[in-house]
Ligand binder design. Sequence first.
Ligand code: SAM
Length: 295
Amino acid sequence: MGNPARQVVQTPIVYVPTTLKLSDEVFRLLRDFIYQKTGIYFQDTKKYLLEGRIGKRIQLLDMSGFDEYLQLLRGPQGTHELPFLYEAVTINETYFFRNEPQFDVFERILIPEIITRHQYNGRPRVRIWSAASSSGEEAYTVALIYLERLKPKYPLLDIEIIGTDINNAVLDVARAGVYSEYSIRNVPRPYLDKYFEYEGGKYYLADHVKQLVRFEHLNLYDRNKMRRMTHFDVVFCCNVLIYFDMKSKIQVVSDIYDAMNSGGYLFIGYAETLHGISSAFKLINFPKTVVYKKE
Ligand SMILES: C[S@@+](CC[C@H](N)C(=O)[O-])C[C@H]1O[C@@H](n2cnc3c(N)ncnc32)[C@H](O)[C@@H]1O
């Protein structure tokens, strides 16, 4: 047990009842603040969520209430508090092989097509971005598919996988690669036996899998930072657009479009659509999934 990664344990989000009350007025101010920073928009019906989650943070800081917390966010120390705010307000639900038809299309149709036209120094090269990676399961699913299915077929394939998220705490979990039963429940048995080690109720991802993915902090709503993301062939931006309003969806999808190579593919969540958000992509239908192509 010399591996320091084994000290990191993925903690489920616990809703602690808080006695702090969030007034409608301060709710709106907080909601607007969060929206301006992240693009995440909390409807009036989600007030209880901010009350519970931020209330817990306020108690931890030993503050008097939401007013004082808002002052902190707006004051000179506000920048330091932002990562904690992002941890408090994001929903990080994810698991390996979450949307299997997507990964199937990715492996069987998209990758063979991309590598016929994307060569670098005579080697096929593919850049993949998990754009709201949470604790890493989506990006590592791509890495597992590469090791198990793509590498044997395309031994020269040069693959680069990047996972980004706004929440530093989930990025730490991703880098540690230690998962619960919940996260791995869709992992096929042969992959589990080959690439994970089970110990003390946790699944430890093998180092050579972890080394295939680079995790970085990125706020999808930060246009300056988004400009640095370039030349991606496949982007997974799944189950995050649902938290944005129309204006932030349009901005984020447009910046993702700019970050992609021509001929690149974008996946979004099963329940999400680009209808009314972007007409720049060509929608391609597959039996159980769709993908958006930048032509
Ligand atoms: C529900 S998880 C989706 C994880 C994974 N993509 C999946 O589909 O399983 C949504 C993730 O989006 C992240 N997120 C929310 N707003 C974001 C933003 N403005 N920039 C980057 N990540 C954001 C959250 O921190 C969270 O980890």
